[in-house]
Design a protein. Structure first.
Length: 86
């Protein structure tokens, strides 16, 4: 039995249709994952900027450093929607 050009065209159409129906849901999920990863990187970048001690920070007393770190940590927790213990 030999397949005709029409047979091959029909088979290709069926395969494209099936593959397309399987890829569409994955495309949305991949896009959502990409957005999540971008948001995580942005959050990490903001956290690093808050935690990286600058020259002014180094000049502070230990007590002042702790107070500043506590404020920064509280701000990050609020941004992340996390409730820290008191």
């Amino acid at each position: 039995m030999t397949l005709t050009t029409t047979d091959l065209s029909e088979i290709r159409a069926i395969v494209r249709e099936e593959v397309g129906s399987q890829v569409a849901p994955l495309a949305g999920r991949i896009e959502a994952l990409e957005n999540d990863v971008k948001e995580i990187y942005a959050m990490l970048s903001r956290m690093e900027k808050l935690l990286m001690p600058d020259k002014e920070f180094q000049k502070l007393s230990v007590e002042r450093k702790l107070l500043k770190l506590n404020r920064d940590l509280q701000a990050m927790a609020r941004e992340a929607g996390v409730s820290l213990p008191r």
